[in-house]
Design a protein around this ligand. Structure first.
Ligand code: SF4
Ligand code: SF4
Length: 320
């Protein structure tokens, strides 16, 4: 079911422009060991799109020649890309700070042995999805057994030093709502997570980030089937805050797809909305060196209200 016409037809999202580029966010492929209900990527075990060696080399070449020193790896499950570990190790050698957007269960998959220790050795910041501290809610959204496997994976990361005081190994958790509503206040929920996960499972972590669900792909289709799409859009639009506009993530990052094309963010990538510049309909990573994107307009449609509703959502969680 196509949500695109519903997002573009009447969009009145305020125009915004790019700031200084600080983060290269790279989608290493759409394959995932999970198939979550809310997934904005439509990721799953049968997806074939995967970044190839040539494009991984372009990422490294770009990082070595640019001032952008943060690499944010996402997917699907980015760790399923066969070049994941090589990319992390090489970026680390260049002094680039690497973030792994990890679904946790990947740590327990065959072929991923030693992943937690590898991430720790390379000082990778782990940002991991865990939409609730209750088993029933996580399994409903992410699949049966996901909660228990995620708890084991978190304990494994803790053993490797993640989330532990003075280890310098950052472990952030990500909450997203289980349905068509906005996340509760981030600080309050973080305290609940810390207490519940600590008392029940002895788990420690650094920060909890809350995100609103994007009305695109799997979540968007679910809203359309439940006849909730326009209600959810109304909720996002009415909760929009202009003061979030300065901090939305597209102002400081670009998103690269598995073939090396450039987008304003991962959501636009999934909608097939490329970053555009005068005279070009889309831009490839190999054309990026030497281009200063500051001041260029960002491609915005109605889904952008998902970033500016309420406390706001960005790759680092709430904006307020
Ligand atoms: S939400 Fe994350 S873990 Fe779930 S299917 Fe999508 S990419 Fe995989
Ligand atoms: S959806 Fe993407 S382009 Fe739109 S405001 Fe959010 S980060 Fe920016």
């Amino acid at each position: 079911m196509d949500v695109l016409p519903r997002l573009s037809e009447t969009s009145d999202f305020p125009p915004i422009r790019r700031g200084r580029l600080e983060i290269l966010q790279v989608n290493l492929g759409y394959r995932c060991n999970q198939k979550c209900l809310h997934c904005h990527v439509n990721a799953g075990p049968n997806r074939k799109e995967m970044m190839q060696r040539q494009t991984v080399d372009l990422i490294l070449a770009y990082l070595s020649s640019s001032e952008t020193k943060k690499l944010d790896l996402t997917g699907g499950a980015p760790e399923l890309n066969p070049y994941f570990r090589g990319l992390v190790a090489e970026a680390g050698r260049m002094g680039v700070h690497v973030i792994d957007r990890c679904n946790l269960t990947i740590l327990e998959e065959p072929g991923q042995e030693g992943l937690g220790e590898f991430l720790a050795e390379h000082q990778v910041e782990v940002t991991a999805s865990l939409p609730c501290y209750l088993q029933e809610n996580v399994d409903r959204q992410r699949g049966n057994g996901v909660f228990q496997t995620s708890i084991h994976a978190l304990q494994r990361l803790n053993q490797a030093g993640y989330g532990q005081k003075r280890s310098g190994l950052l472990l952030n958790l990500v909450y997203n709502p289980l349905g068509p509503f906005l996340p509760p206040p981030q600080k309050m929920l973080e305290e609940d997570y810390r207490k519940q996960l600590g008392e029940r499972y002895g788990i420690v972590f650094n920060h909890l980030y809350t995100f609103a669900n994007m009305p695109i792909n799997r979540f968007g289709t679910m809203l359309v089937s439940d006849d909730e799409f326009f209600n959810y859009m109304k909720l996002l639009r009415e909760a929009h805050r202009d003061d979030n506009l300065d901090f939305v993530m597209c102002r400081s990052l670009v998103s690269i797809d598995w073939q090396g094309y450039v987008y304003d963010c991962d959501f636009n990538q999934m909608l097939g909305l490329p970053l555009t510049m005068e005279g070009r309909t889309r831009l490839h990573l190999k054309e990026l060196p030497g281009i200063n994107l500051e001041g260029f307009p960002i491609a915005v449609w109605d889904h952008c209200y998902g970033c500016t509703a309420g406390q706001g959502s960005s790759c680092g969680g709430a904006l307020h």
